[in-house]
Ligand binder design. Structure first.
Ligand SMILES: Cc1ncc(COP(=O)(O)O)c(C=O)c1O
Length: 359
């Protein structure tokens, strides 16, 4: 992108500004691609992390990736515009307008969607067959998270049998996301619980195959469980997302991936017992805790909820007007708040990328 900020120091950016250390992000992307290079399961990185097609293209180019995962139609359309031609919407798509957009995309590229009820598949089938398109269907299995998905075993088999012959669709397999295991801090416990819960999806796969159904795909996993469930026999796709940008919460779980994404903020006030940054909830997602300050572990943000302000206790000796880098606890919602990411190397802006899948 041609942008006046290119070539500037990040410290001259108008704040709050979302910034990405390109070398750190590239290292993360390469590391995950390298891990899956000679393994049976391949990456299908989750776009919801950054919603930035420039980053998605880098993830695809790094290798070991069969396509991209996303969470909604806006994301799927952005990926389609960027030339990604194999997309999984790991979510249920309902409503006439969304199904129309889904079928539009299916006319141009390979797209699959999760379902957990016959009626969802029937609506997609009706629209796709009228348009002469094919939409791939994955039966979503609830591996213990308690979000979407039918129970593993017989209920999943029954649904797969119901949808197998629907015109305009192709049964491609199963999806299961172990979201309840992702934030378990203790690695041994995370490993044990992840394996136990995803084993239900693997066994469901076997049950379908014993009943004569072909299961081309079993898709699941996150950044913190990729090396656990992604190496289980029977898994074919790994939907890890946040490893590309990282945030401080994920960094506690997978420290081998560094934090590439930060918010550049300005110190707008510094009183005797506190400093204040121009970085409130309009600029930073904080679902997994208040932000943390890069390079100032002693700084404390006991409460984070104001729109425009972030109050920092035990702040370093900051001068009013200087910039600081702040790490979010949740990269995905943070990226959703910004129209662009300022990409830098050694604190010099080298590119500006649109978060074209946000919204
Ligand atoms: C369906 C699904 N798959 C995979 C992921 C994992 O993504 P991440 O690695 O960013 O946690 C998520 C995260 O919410 C998800 O909802």
């Amino acid at each position: 992108m041609n942008h006046p900020a290119i070539g500037q120091s990040i410290h001259d950016l108008d704040t709050p500004a979302l910034i990405l250390d390109l070398d750190v992000s590239d290292r993360n992307i390469q590391q995950m691609a390298q891990f899956f290079r000679d393994r049976p399961a391949q990456l299908r990185p989750h776009f919801k992390n950054h919603k930035c097609s420039e980053l998605a293209i880098r993830q695809m180019k790094a290798g070991s990736a069969v396509g991209m995962t996303c969470a909604n139609m806006v994301e799927a359309e952005a990926l389609g515009r960027a030339g990604i031609d194999d997309i999984l919407i790991a979510n249920q798509i309902l409503g006439r307008e969304k199904i129309r957009r889904l079928v539009d995309l299916a006319c141009k590229l390979k797209i699959s969607v999760a379902i957990d009820e016959l009626s969802q598949a029937e609506l997609i089938s009706e629209a796709a067959s009228a348009a002469g398109a094919t939409v791939g269907l994955l039966v979503e299995v609830d591996a213990g998270m308690g979000r979407c998905g039918v129970s593993p075993g017989e209920p999943a088999l029954a649904l797969a049998k119901q949808i197998i012959d629907l015109p305009g669709t192709e049964f491609r397999g199963l999806q299961a996301y172990e979201g309840h295991c992702v934030f378990i801090d203790d690695l041994a416990e995370r490993t044990e619980k992840t394996r136990r819960s995803m084993m239900q999806a693997v066994e469901t796969r076997h049950l379908l195959e014993e009943n004569g159904l072909s299961v081309a795909c079993l898709s699941g996993c996150s950044s913190s469980t990729a090396k656990i469930s992604g190496t289980m026999e029977g898994m074919t796709e790994v939907q890890a997302g946040t490893y590309a940008t990282m945030d401080w919460r994920y960094h506690q779980l997978i420290p081998e991936f560094d934090i590439a994404l930060a918010l550049l903020a300005t110190v707008i006030s510094h009183q005797s017992d506190r400093a204040v940054l121009d970085a409130g909830v309009k600029a930073l997602g904080a679902e997994f805790g208040p932000p943390k300050i890069n390079g100032a572990p002693e700084a404390d943000i006991p409460f984070f909820g104001a729109e425009e302000h972030c109050i920092v206790k035990q702040a370093p000796d900051w001068k009013v007007g200087q910039t600081v880098q702040v790490y979010s606890s949740h990269a995905c919602t943070t990226c959703n708040l910004h129209p662009q990411i300022f990409v830098h190397q050694n604190e010099r802006v080298v590119d500006v990328w649109k978060t074209d899948g946000r919204g």
